[in-house]
Ligand binder design. Structure first.
Ligand code: P1T
Length: 388
């Protein structure tokens, strides 16, 4: 589809979140973009259509979502996918056998699995480094490095990478910079404005915001690369259905509101955990002892809704805490209105076990929801009390 319409420059993020991609339906005036639950479109003449011919290629509900995401990330083009993994896979298909990718050594387990178990077989080579250290990224660059892959904040240890510095390092050679912005969302950080070439989302998370759909997205500025990705999106076909596009679009409209509360609650919980005698270490970029606290203030509007921590009593105690919360549900995923708790090592990051990326089995990860902070802290307090 065409480039996202540039909205008036003076509109703030909250306003854009409500209005971006939202055009009244041309046939009825419906204010909500309808769920165009159709696979095909009747043509006026042979190969003469109204911009839509087949829903793998384009669908109006998907178009609305793609436009909204492009506007919110301050990019020219958006592409929606059936999942975050489908979005990542499609970006990596821009590369060719022999190409090298530098990626973070703390990243979503599924991304690591895709890179090392699936894409490595196609002749791509990967180096995993600490992307919170620009020098480590620079040292890992090779003549054939075509892509630098960042998560910032990382999943699950919430390290930050300096996007602008990394973009300079990548662009010094022929590499492009991709930033998985899932943990921040465009409400908190817009990597394209800092020099990134691609923004990737698991829209399953904050963008959808209600744990009721799975989706992914890629946003970019380069017209030629957009055309290649669009070709791959259609050619591979890992596209979202219109119902999931509708749900993601509906989520986008409250993204700014939700992120504010996620961040406020997470800050209070991180500070509470830090004072608790059973807690060994808290990982949250909003704490002033976080190694990238200053970068967080510079690069992000707020430090996000994810908090990780370890306990002095280690893994058995961590399991007990995760089993004993009432408001925090024991589940994978993140970014929904309800709070979740999990142990990344045996759950979301099981695929990094026995690898150099292996995670402390006692690490606990919280996706802090939008409930009242006092209720959430009380829930954690009673769960932590069960280990004493
Ligand atoms: O689950 P899916 O929509 O395919 O998105 C994959 C993905 C990509 N990038 C990041 C940073 C992610 O966190 C994820 C998915 N993560 C979880 C399911 C999780 O619980 O961490």
């Amino acid at each position: 589809m065409s480039e996202a319409k540039t909205p008036p420059e003076d509109l703030k993020f909250e306003t854009l979140a409500v209005h971006a991609g939202m055009e009244p339906d041309p046939t009825t005036g419906a204010i909500m973009t309808p769920i165009y639950q159709t696979s095909t479109y009747v043509q006026d003449d042979v190969a003469q259509h109204k911009g839509y011919e087949y829903s793998r290629t384009d669908n109006p509900t998907r178009t609305a979502l793609q436009t909204a995401l492009a506007v919110l990330e301050e990019g020219r083009y958006g592409l929606a996918f059936a999942s975050g993994m489908a979005a990542i896979d499609t970006v990596l298909r821009l590369l060719k056998p022999g190409d090298h990718i530098v990626a973070g050594n703390d990243l979503y387990g599924g991304t690591y699995r895709l890179f090392t178990q699936i894409l490595a077989k196609t002749g791509l080579a990967f180096s995993f480094v600490d992307t919170s250290k620009p020098q480590d990224i620079e040292n890992a660059m090779r003549a054939n490095t075509e892509l630098v892959w960042l998560e910032t904040p990382t999943n699950p240890k919430l390290k930050l990478a300096d996007i602008a510095s990394t973009a300079r390092i990548a662009h010094h050679g022929s590499a492009r910079l991709a930033v998985d912005n899932t943990f921040a969302s465009p409400a908190l950080q817009r990597p394209l404005t800092l020099g990134a070439d691609f923004v990737i989302h698991s829209s399953t998370k904050y963008i959808g915001g209600h744990s009721d759909m799975v989706g992914g997205a890629v946003i970019l500025n380069n017209e030629e690369v957009y055309a290649q990705l669009k070709y791959l999106q259609n050619g591979i076909g890992a596209v979202p259905g219109p119902m999931d596009c509708f749900l993601a679009l509906r989520g986008v409209r409250t993204l700014a509101l939700r992120m504010r509360t996620h961040c406020q609650n997470a800050q209070q919980i991180a500070e509470y955990l830090q004072t608790h005698t059973a807690v060994k270490e808290v990982y949250y970029p909003g704490l002033n002892n976080h190694p990238q606290f200053e970068l967080a203030k510079r690069q992000m509007a707020a430090p996000g809704g994810m908090v990780s921590f370890t306990l002095h009593a280690g893994e058995p105690a961590a399991r007990l805490v995760a089993l004993n919360t009432n408001l925090f549900s024991l589940a994978e995923s993140l970014g929904g209105v309800e709070s979740l708790i999990e142990l990344p090592a045996p759950m979301t990051h099981a695929s990094v076990a026995d690898s150099p990326l292996a995670i402390d089995p006692g690490l606990v990860r919280l996706s802090v929801g939008v409930e009242h902070a006092e209720d959430l802290i009380e829930d954690l307090a009673q769960a932590l009390a069960t280990i004493n």
